[in-house]
Design a protein around this ligand. Structure first.
Ligand code: NAP
Length: 280
């Protein structure tokens, strides 16, 4: 069965819109997300456009800062500092990756933990590791919602995550562990990968290699989550060989239309949550 991320995302946005309206009624202002982009990378520009459009869709305010590649880092830092100090701004997002030459870690460190709606800060990642989540990285957070939508209990399931990035693989593994799965994290140095993945009840592929996960790597009846976004001959394909794996999986996410649509929706959810947290 297909897990329709688009549909889950649309439902979630409808609920968010209502919650945003309630927030505005009570607080007399809209939740606000500030998005900063540096350079002209077309994929990043599209992501930013979609984030801004997402804010409008659920009735949130958004601020959009564009800097040309080559803008001194100090100038961008100054903007982040101003947004950090601005009480009407609830979330700050710096679109990654930054062009070469910028100190990404330093720039991100200027975003206060409470406004880190990407969930990338060491504190937010640490809280997740301690099973006291505050802001959860948007893509893995969205994947948990997709898993929830299947109605399958995760308790005690064997989960395998391929990929150990700080933004996807690691927080994904922590979320699955917090949901009582038995978790294995694989990466480029993993030996006997197929042997490990073929024991997974839940298999998450966050690698960045087109159609990497083949049929022989998947257990019969597994839930397969494809995070990958790869462009092959102008077409978007995931990290899973969908056509062949589809027959073996009990549930599978398509690319596009699976994990992707959930990521921005969870960013909006995180922004609303950050706005609400200020009022508590
Ligand atoms: P990343 O930082 O490049 O991490 C890729 C991971 O895959 C690394 O941990 C790497 O291992 C592992 N890997 C690479 N080759 C491997 C191999 N042959 N066998 C096993 N593991 C291997 O990428 P990312 O940011 O996590 O993103 C992963 C994919 O998800 C990309 O396609 C990205 O575009 C996509 N993505 C999608 C969304 C969405 O909203 N749908 C959001 C974020 C990312 P090492 O650590 O050993 O190098």
């Amino acid at each position: 069965m297909l897990i329709y991320g688009k549909a889950v995302s649309a439902d979630t946005r409808i609920k968010l819109k209502t919650e945003v309206e309630e927030f505005e009624k009570k607080q007399g202002r809209k939740p606000c997300l500030a998005v900063i982009i540096v350079g002209e990378d077309p994929a990043s520009q599209t992501y930013v456009r979609n984030k801004i459009a997402g804010c409008a869709e659920v009735g949130m305010r958004s601020l959009h800062y564009e800097f040309a590649d080559g803008t001194p880092q100090e100038k961008i830092e100054q903007t982040v500092k101003e947004l950090a100090a601005d009480d009407s701004v609830d979330g700050i997002l710096v679109q990654l990756p930054l062009p070469k030459g910028y100190d990404e870690r330093k720039l991100l460190s200027l975003i206060p933990d409470e406004k880190d709606v990407d969930g990338f800060s060491p504190t937010n990642l640490g809280l997740l590791a301690m099973n006291r989540p505050r802001t959860i990285s948007c893509t893995p957070f969205g994947i948990m919602k997709l898993l929830e939508s299947t109605g399958v209990s995760l308790k005690g399931k064997n989960a395998v995550v391929i990929g150990r990035s700080n933004t996807v693989g690691k927080p994904m593994a922590m979320l699955l562990l917090n949901a009582d799965c038995t978790v294995t994290v694989c990466h480029s140095k993993t030996q006997n990968l197929a042997e490990i993945t073929s024991k997974a009840d839940i298999l998450v592929a966050a690698i960045g290699r087109p159609r990497f996960v083949t049929e022989d790597m998947v257990k019969d009846g597994a839930i397969v989550i494809d995070v990958g976004i790869n462009r092959v001959d102008g077409k978007l394909v995931g990290d899973v060989d969908f056509e062949n794996v589809e027959n073996k999986a009990s549930f599978i996410t398509p690319v596009p239309g699976g994990v992707g649509p959930m990521t921005i929706t969870m960013l909006l959810a995180n922004t609303l949550q950050a706005a609400k947290a200020k009022t508590e």
